[in-house]
Ligand binder design. Structure first.
Ligand SMILES: Cc1cc2nc3c(=O)[nH]c(=O)nc-3n(C[C@H](O)[C@H](O)[C@H](O)COP(=O)(O)O)c2cc1C
Length: 159
């Protein structure tokens, strides 16, 4: 057994605050489950730091026609280049009025499924509420389980 705590980054983009609120709820759930997340709006996240993390959780709103916000494009491309051992999750907010509800979550999900160890996805309509807390807890739990399962087959922890 080891006391190693996985290094967790939560990186999000938010134009009007909904996804930021969801990121904070997921960070709170992570802390309750014994993790120590580093939380970044994407403009403050140095892509060179990506390889330092065992787990990266991405938060996105959705723009016109189901698109990924421009600020997240470089992160999307950088994760595409990562080693396949990165544990990931994607969460986001959207609006069912639009034809492609949370389309950016779907686009991240498909890439993360192909290129990383995708643990979970979570979609919330507009501003999250207290009712979404159990969903945030379940999201983080899925991430922890995926990390535990995957780390059993990995040779060493990160320094
Ligand atoms: C111009 C515009 C286009 C949008 N397009 C979509 C869309 O295609 N799909 C969707 O689910 N939501 C869409 N939305 C809704 C936002 O994604 C939603 O309000 C989200 O919660 C905003 O997150 P934020 O507060 O973190 O910026 C759009 C909103 C605006 C203003």
């Amino acid at each position: 057994m080891t006391n190693y705590k996985p290094k967790l980054a939560i990186v999000y983009a938010s134009a009007t605050g909904h996804t930021e609120c969801l990121a904070r709820m997921i960070a709170d759930a992570s802390v309750r489950q014994g993790l120590h997340p580093d939380v970044f709006p994407v403009r403050k996240f140095d892509l060179a730091e990506l390889s330092r993390y065992d787990i990266v959780l991405i938060g996105t709103y959705t723009w016109m026609n189901g698109e990924i916000p421009k600020q997240l494009q470089r992160l999307f491309e950088a994760i595409e280049q990562q080693h396949g051992d990165l544990i990931t999750g994607v969460f986001g907010t959207g609006d069912r009025c639009f034809a492609t509800y949370c389309g950016a979550v779907n686009l991240f999900r498909d890439m993360l499924h192909a290129k990383t160890q995708l643990a979970a996805t979570l979609k919330v309509e507009q501003m999250p509420s207290a009712e979404d807390r159990p969903r945030c807890e379940a999201f983080v739990k899925s991430v922890r389980v995926k990390y535990s399962q995957h780390s059993e087959i990995l040779p060493a922890a990160k320094s």
